[in-house]
Write a protein that binds this ligand. Structure first.
Ligand SMILES: Nc1ncnc2c1ncn2[C@@H]1O[C@H](COP(=O)(O)OP(=O)(O)OP(=O)(O)O)[C@@H](O)[C@H]1O
Ligand SMILES: O=P(O)(O)OC[C@H]1O[C@H](OP(=O)(O)OP(=O)(O)O)[C@H](O)[C@@H]1O
Length: 215
């Protein structure tokens, strides 16, 4: 049976395709893609879709894609009707709390405002610290919001730390690490169990090899 796989386009795309290559799969179409969005594997009974991160969860939850590759950041913020079966150990970054050095938001008396693209993650983090903060949803360039006085601090993704540094912000705390995960539609896992377990075994051995070669 053909397996359909939703891949997150953008930052995760190159590393995901590289992993599929390492599995020995036929990813030529994905590498010469033009404006196409659906690609057939040339060696395996696999079909790929390239989608935005949030849509990856939607396609998998609805069973249009049997499996998907998506960042843990998106999973923490998005739906929950899927199985998360493998940490692919790519797209590694973390959620952090940051502010201007003079804004000690953990000790501020009164109203605290937090800018973020990830309101659910931010809300849960601050509730966990017993702080009832106001969350202000921002869609991008989140680091700008404390500089302009829109908020006291931010919850955002940090990879190299360059964006924070170049905007004079400091990390106050780490919320959690992030990496790309393989998610699976629940019904597909019953109906296409063998195909999905084979895919997981292939990806798992690539994850192990890559971990060994970076040691
Ligand atoms: N420095 C980084 N910043 C943001 N995401 C990163 C970073 N490094 C790895 N990632 C991972 O890559 C995934 C895709 O990020 P990407 O920026 O391509 O898409 P996006 O978050 O939908 O942004 P955009 O709306 O700009 O396309 C993220 O969900 C995250 O898991
Ligand atoms: O630690 P760094 O390596 O600097 O990476 C982190 C930055 O990258 C992401 O933004 P992105 O480039 O996706 O732009 P956006 O602000 O429009 O989401 C993220 O939101 C940070 O701003």
């Amino acid at each position: 049976m053909t397996l359909s796989m939703a891949l997150t386009k953008g930052r995760l795309e190159k590393n995901t395709v590289e992993m599929l290559d390492q599995c020995g799969y036929g990813t030529e179409a994905l590498k010469n893609k033009g404006r196409a969005l659906v690609f057939a594997d040339t060696k395996k009974d696999l079909e790929y879709f390239l989608v935005k991160a949030n849509d990856c969860i939607t396609y998998v939850e609805h069973g249009v894609a049997d499996v998907g590759v998506v960042g843990k950041d998106t999973l923490l913020e998005g739906g929950s009707d899927y199985y998360e079966l493998l940490d692919l150990d790519i797209g590694k970054c973390k959620f952090i709390v940051a502010s201007l050095p003079e804004n000690d938001l953990f000790n501020k008396v009164g109203h605290v405002k937090i800018g973020t693209k990830y309101p659910k993650v931010a809300q849960n983090y601050f509730l966990g610290r017993g702080m009832d903060v106001e969350i202000i949803k921002i869609d991008g360039s989140v680091e700008l919001s404390p500089l302009l006085g829109l908020c006291d601090g931010i919850v955002d993704i940090m990879e190299t730390g360059t964006t924070l540094r170049e905007n004079g912000l400091i990390v106050l705390d780490t919320v959690c690490p992030i990496s790309a995960r393989l998610i699976v539609n629940k019904a597909s896992f019953r109906l296409k169990r063998k195909e999905i377990l084979d895919l997981i075994a292939d990806l798992e051995s690539v994850v192990k090899n890559n971990a060994q070669s970076t040691q």
